[in-house]
Design a protein around this ligand. Structure first.
Ligand code: ADP
Length: 217
């Protein structure tokens, strides 16, 4: 199965991707994660991407497309993949169509995750990541469960940090960029009859169940 998850920052693409990985045994391809890894490793690509990411703008299409081309050439995507955070504008969507046509692996579905603007801002404000296991959690919705949980890597409580682009000013810009550049993809994929939309508010497991339902269609 080849899936794109489409949704604003904080809509749960990463969380639901993780669920899909377990459910369908296909890899998650997150351009945000790939870019953050490049920044952390201080590669030439990371250095170019860093400034745009910190400001909440999109990283240059050529950089992102090069990264995706490389990633989709790896053997583990042969059985399918979940694209999380890509494509993010029309140029990227068209390039993806071309690339997938070349390798004879067209998309099966594009799922739009719908969450209210106010809820998005709240979710992002509470979002933390464990520096050891990479698990993403929300301080606002599950503080008690979280305090009781141990990191599977260290056996200690999670060591949580906030993504540097999850600050108020950058988040406002990311939401604006989403509206202006990514939202048009909804229509693009609707016209290709690939679009499925779900309500992505509520419990994580409820959203996963809705996702499974629309993918079974
Ligand atoms: P979110 O979806 O919560 O904004 P991501 O982890 O997907 O977070 O992306 C973080 C940042 O990485 C974006 O704000 C942007 O700067 C950059 N980025 C990620 N994916 C892309 C992409 N497909 N094209 C351009 N920039 C991207």
């Amino acid at each position: 199965m080849r899936i794109v998850l489409l949704g604003a920052p904080g809509s749960g693409k990463g969380t639901q991707s993780q669920w899909l990985v377990g459910r369908f045994h296909i890899p998650q391809v997150s351009t945000g994660d790939l870019l953050r890894a490049a920044v952390a490793n201080g590669t030439a690509l990371g250095l170019k991407a860093k400034e745009a990411m910190a400001a909440g703008r999109l990283v240059d299409d050529q950089i992102v497309l090069g990264m995706i081309r490389e990633r989709l050439a790896e053997p583990d995507v042969g059985q399918g993949f979940i694209l999380d955070g890509f494509p993010r504008n029309l140029t990227q969507a068209r390039a993806l169509d071309q690339l997938l046509a070349q390798i004879g692996q067209p998309l099966d579905a594009v799922v739009q995750l719908n969450v209210d603007y106010g809820e998005l801002s709240q979710r992002i404000a509470g979002r933390r990541t464990c520096s050891d296991c990479g698990r993403v959690v929300n301080l606002l919705t599950a503080p008690q469960a979280l305090a009781a949980e141990r990191c599977p890597r260290t056996g200690q409580p999670h060591r949580l940090f906030q993504r540097p682009d999850d600050n108020q000013a950058t988040v406002a810009e990311r939401l604006r960029v989403y509206e202006a550049q990514t939202q048009p993809l909804v229509e693009y994929y609707r016209q290709q009859s690939l679009l499925r939309s779900i309500d992505a508010e509520g419990e994580v497991a409820e959203v996963s169940a809705r996702l499974e339902q629309v993918l079974a269609r």
